[in-house]
Write a protein that binds this ligand. Structure first.
Ligand code: SF4
Length: 393
């Protein structure tokens, strides 16, 4: 009975911390997943209705060089590793042209942590291209994306306030998944023990800096890398706290299911079950504020899109018609027309959006003045995405 009251409260408003911890720690026999999901759906439907958004994107892995070694990562490379690659300016431009032709509206710029801190050859390559730092190169890349009619969203690992400020005028939004608020996971033998930028305090500092700069921000939790149930709730509460304390700037939180990749230290670690994932999504919806979307990547859910919808997601994140998910190789994004049909069958409307959610575009101060002229043309191109989907159906 006690749990029923807590679940009902979460359907109306964000759970307070004691309620979140109680529900997060409860066993499925005491708090059935179906009950959590029903409350999360009720919150989602009341706030977002039946529209489920996604961002038509091109994934641009500016460099996969990274100074960190996360035990689950299939993306990172050192310079001599097979597949190590930094996109050259002409390669970047060519991919933008393809993206534009394929109907992409978002340019996702993604890379490893601070490669220039450890790789001299990479520093020299940037200098040969005329750039003093990774952030300098990213600013150039983002400006090229804007010129090509795409809106950049940059996820470059931990950045300083000055680096965020430098990238703000050329990015519609930016992101950094908190992943976990647990510093314990940085301990010896745990997934972040060789990843200096995965210290939660550093990542929360960047969240706070982004809030002060009024940058529409994407955070996220990584589900199933060894965190406890309590730590999972602490992560959601930490994101909520920094969102509330620094201007309400977190526009979406990704609930990302750990997937084991061959060749990584966690290749044989158990993956979270579909039920674990559904509970994590539902809990996120019940804890986070109403102006924060709960996002889950559809390519990590197996064939079960309905399970994501049932658990309360209102956003499916970036989906690319052109490029693979370089972070999760082997997990292809679904075909848009088929995804739209699956959502329609479940009573939802799949709706393309910009990388800045419209409720943030409408809020004072969240669109850098230099960026404002690019939004209307990008919105018009979202209409083309809808038209192409209708033709493909
Ligand atoms: S997850 Fe990110 S920080 Fe960690 S090793 Fe991979 S690219 Fe580097």
């Amino acid at each position: 009975m006690r749990f029923e009251a807590l679940i009902a409260a979460g359907a109306d408003a964000p759970l307070d911390a004691p309620a979140a911890f109680a529900l997060g720690a409860a066993a499925p026999d005491d708090v059935p997943t179906a009950a959590l999901a029903a409350a999360a759906r009720a919150r989602r439907d009341r706030v977002f209705g039946r529209r489920v958004t996604f961002s038509p994107k091109v994934f641009l892995p500016v460099t996969n060089l990274c100074r960190s070694f996360c035990d689950y990562c299939a993306f990172r490379r050192s310079p001599k590793d097979p597949g190590a690659h930094t996109m050259a300016p002409d390669e970047f431009d060519a991919q933008l042209a393809r993206a534009r032709a394929a109907g992409c509206v978002e340019a996702l710029l993604c890379l490893g942590d601070r490669p220039e801190a450890v790789f001299g050859g990479y520093r020299r390559q940037l200098a040969a291209w005329g750039h003093a730092s990774t952030v300098d190169y990213l600013a150039w890349c983002a400006a090229r994306a804007l010129d090509a009619g795409l809106l950049p969203h940059t996820n470059a690992g931990v950045l300083s306030a000055a680096e965020l400020a430098a990238l703000r005028p050329v990015n519609a939004s930016m992101g950094l998944m908190l992943e976990s608020a647990s510093a314990r996971l940085c301990g010896r033998g745990l997934p972040h023990h060789r990843a200096p930028d995965k210290q939660p305090a550093l990542r929360l500092q960047m969240h706070a800096d982004a809030g002060r700069l009024r940058i529409p921000f994407t955070s996220g939790v990584l589900v199933g890398i060894g965190e406890t149930a309590r730590e999972r709730v602490e992560t959601l509460l930490a994101i909520r706290d920094v969102h509330r304390a620094h201007g309400g700037h977190v526009q979406e939180v990704i609930v990302q299911r750990f997937r084991a990749h061959a060749g990584t230290a966690m290749a044989s670690a158990p993956e979270p079950s579909g039920d674990d994932n559904a509970r994590a999504i539902a809990l996120a919806r019940l804890v986070l504020d109403d102006d924060v979307s709960v996002q889950a990547p559809p390519n990590l859910s197996g064939a079960d899109i309905a399970a994501l919808l049932d658990a309360g997601v209102d956003d499916l994140g970036g989906i690319s018609p052109l490029t693979p998910d370089f972070i999760n190789p082997g997990h292809a994004w679904p075909h848009l027309a088929r995804l739209g049909d699956a959502l329609a069958a479940a009573g939802h409307a799949l709706t393309p959006r910009l990388p800045i959610h419209e409720r943030f575009a409408a809020r004072r101060g969240f669109v850098a003045p230099a960026l404002a002229p690019y939004l209307a043309p990008a919105r018009a191109r979202l209409g083309e995405v809808l038209g192409a989907r209708a033709e493909a159906a």
